[in-house]
Design a protein around this ligand. Structure first.
Ligand SMILES: [Zn+2]
Ligand SMILES: [Zn+2]
Length: 286
């Protein structure tokens, strides 16, 4: 057995509350036995599990998630204000920031990734096809993004979100190179992918429900026509890979280790990899 905060340390002791392994540095001696830091206090219920990590974002809980939701909603409203229809699949913002390899825009110019507009890999994640698409993604972001932000802290969380968005774009290009893709779903599936890896590493960011949420969301992905399967799977892989890299593939804890240049670079590397995949796909397409 290994310490869940220090995966490189063997230990014979486990928390009497949650059963996870704890090394001598992490042991807390409670009247009811030896416990992990998260289970050493008197708090009960859901508070018990999160109190150990709340300090990371205690000053502004959920700030990054709220800001991301604000940006997504704001862009949609801007599109409406700019004269786009409810579906927001036309207009200046859509033509300039949606994901596609090559199109002719309303002014007759050739635009797209093939013209060197690589920023579309990221910006498409902030556009949506109408109020339902937007509302579903923002609800999902609020439900599963906020808890992950609490655990990872704002910096690693934001980086992971952006990287997963790019990975989702790369996935969409692979699965459907002729499509026009928009939406935060890739980034949100990235959050889910991260949560699944963290739960495998005994950090229960979504209360242990990550796999169930994935099954439900994948069922939606394959059942509803018109959903970007490649975008969802790409984001999922990107988020999972980012956490694996952050934990040095299980050698250290992705949540409890220090935030340093190496940890941020390992998340960013997944973004670089995703851009490389997209580049390869676009260049092969022309
Ligand atoms: Zn415990
Ligand atoms: Zn430890």
């Amino acid at each position: 057995m290994r310490c869940y905060r220090h995966p490189d340390r063997e230990t014979g002791v486990s928390c009497s509350e949650c059963g996870r392994g704890i090394c001598p540095d992490c042991m807390r001696f409670a009247p009811v036995g030896i416990r992990c830091p998260e289970h050493s206090g008197e708090a009960q219920g859901a508070r018990r599990v999160v109190q150990g990590v709340q300090k990371r974002s205690a000053r502004n809980p959920g700030l990054v998630t709220k800001t991301l939701i604000g940006i997504n909603v704001g862009i949609y409203l801007l599109q409406l204000a700019g004269g786009a229809s409810m579906n927001a699949n036309s207009g200046w913002i859509f033509e300039h920031f949606a994901l596609f390899i090559e199109r002719i825009d309303s002014s007759g110019a050739v635009v797209g990734l093939a013209e060197g507009e690589w920023y579309r890999l990221l910006t498409a994640a902030f556009l949506h096809y109408g109020p339902i698409h937007l509302a579903m993604n923002m609800l999902a972001l609020w439900w599963i993004g906020r808890p992950l932000e609490d655990w990872l802290g704002p910096v690693r969380y934001l980086l992971l979100y952006l990287v997963a968005g790019i990975a989702g774009s790369a996935g969409a290009l692979i699965a459907s190179p002729d499509a026009v893709t928009v939406g935060a779903s890739g980034a949100i599936f990235g959050i889910l992918g991260a949560a699944i890896v963290l739960e495998r590493q005994q950090t229960y960011v979504l209360g242990g429900s990550a796999i169930t949420l994935l099954v439900v969301n994948l069922a939606f992905t394959f059942a509803v026509p018109g959903i970007s399967i490649g975008g969802h799977l790409g984001g999922l892989a990107g988020g999972a890979l980012a956490i694996l890299a952050l934990s040095q593939f299980g050698k250290r804890s992705a949540v409890y280790s220090r935030i340093d240049v190496v940890s941020l670079a390992s998340i960013a590397a997944v973004g670089v990899l995703s851009v490389a995949v997209a580049y390869w796909k676009v260049r092969g397409y022309a």
